[in-house]
Write a protein that binds this ligand. Structure first.
Ligand code: NAD
Length: 373
């Protein structure tokens, strides 16, 4: 089986789907690997590194002779048009937002699998690219926030005076939020965090953060580990808590996502106005609508004296590690589904069933179906 790796074309994207180390591993397993020339350049992996690992580096049009295509971001319609009928594709697809692409996959009978649909189960941890990328994003969000802040994080007692530690407030204790807590703590900040899932309290506390409980309202139902939408009553009580806490925060990091839905607005314009001049908000949910009313996608803006960072692709700012981890995730999934002779998965097996989007001209993924049909 021939694997084809295309250069990412999405704006601001610096990652690549395979690293030279992972290419070596796939070649050992008797796959052939062809890579578009320059695909790894922005991640500092050169064509020569891929060639040394055993890949063939070719111009873009020659990559389309592959049997299975690997990418970070979803394939473009132009790319699908160049593929042979019945080829296979694996990438982050967010297929429920990609009606046109799903249609193109169906027409071309593409076998497609989505990295964002890997089940959050122990057995699939090595394939879990949502987690590997969110972890790096949580780290980078703290560093970006720290950079925009006019003060330091730790307590510092000096001959010239005592500097009190910065206060960091984090919304959402998923993978990104927990890494943000750990990073901000390591830098010496006082960290508080809230999440709709009460079970995250213990995880926040184990990292040295303080958990803010929304009193008097039930948390949220969880499905497959993901938060579902919360009640109006919960949101009102949560807003009250945020109003009280946000006035004292130096850095706010928001990570609250609801799968398949627009992100909840947690920080309103009125709350931004109540914040200290010079404080910073990093809105990690900006790609799916944002948790702050005022943040702007891919922009850093100052409003009411507060700096709002709306970087939509944080993992791409750490392209070396992000590509290394993603390459491990996607190759592990590929090896779960296929060997060098072809695809061998069983359609009822939990991981295969979770990631399979289209097959033989049909949309087969139930969640995607429920949104697109
Ligand atoms: P996510 O990116 O979907 O969401 C981020 C966090 O925001 C979540 O913790 C969510 O509860 C929270 N949130 C949603 N709405 C909110 C609101 N209104 N206010 C405050 N917080 C809100 O989360 P994720 O990092 O992708 O993790 C999703 C789940 O998957 C978690 O339960 C996590 O523990 C689990 N997980 C399991 C595995 C595994 O077992 N292999 C691996 C990774 C993650």
């Amino acid at each position: 089986m021939k694997i084809g790796v295309l250069k990412e074309t999405k704006e601001f994207e610096k990652r690549v789907a395979l690293s030279p180390d992972v290419v070596k591993l796939l070649i050992k397993k008797e796959f052939k690997v062809i890579i578009e020339s320059g695909a790894g350049e922005s991640s500092y992996f050169l064509d020569a590194d891929f060639e040394a690992a055993g890949a063939q580096v070719v111009p873009k049009k020659e990559v389309f002779s592959a049997d299975v295509f690997l990418k970070v971001n979803a394939f473009t319609l132009e790319e699908v048009a160049e593929m042979r009928k019945g080829a296979a594709c694996i990438s982050f697809l967010y297929a429920y937002q990609q009606a046109e692409l799903v249609k193109a996959f169906k027409e071309k009978q593409i076998l497609s699998f989505s990295m964002d649909a890997v089940p959050r189960i122990s057995r699939a941890q090595k394939m879990d690219a949502l987690s590997s990328q969110a972890n790096l994003a949580g780290y980078k969000a703290v560093l970006l926030g720290a950079n925009h802040l006019g003060k330091i994080f730790p307590l510092m007692m000096t001959a010239s005076g005592t500097i009190t530690p910065a206060k960091v407030l984090i919304f959402g204790a998923g993978v990104a939020g927990l890494q943000a807590i750990a990073t901000a703590k390591r830098l010496g900040a006082i960290v508080e965090c809230t999440d709709v899932r009460p079970e995250t309290k213990e995880q926040v506390e184990s990292l040295g953060g303080r958990f803010l409980t929304v009193e008097g309202a039930e948390g949220v139902k969880v499905e497959g580990g993901y938060a579902k939408e919360v009640s109006k009553e919960y949101l009102e009580k949560q807003q009250q808590l945020i109003r009280e806490k946000i006035k004292d925060a130096d850095l706010v990091i928001t990570t609250a996502l609801v799968m398949g839905k627009k992100s909840p607005i947690l920080v309103t314009e009125e709350m931004v106005k109540s914040m200290k001049t010079g404080s910073v908000i990093v809105d990690m949910a900006v790609e799916s609508g944002g948790n702050c009313e005022l943040s702007e996608k891919n922009q850093t803006v100052v409003k009411h004296g507060v700096t709002l960072v709306g970087e939509s692709n944080l993992p791409s700012l750490l392209p070396v590690n992000a590509s290394q981890l993603y390459a491990t995730n996607i190759s592990t999934l590929l090896l779960h589904l296929a060997n060098s002779s072809g695809f061998i998965y069983e359609s009822e097996e939990e991981i295969a069933k979770g990631v399979l989007i289209t097959k033989a001209g049909e949309l087969v993924h139930p969640f995607t179906k429920s949104i697109l049909n």
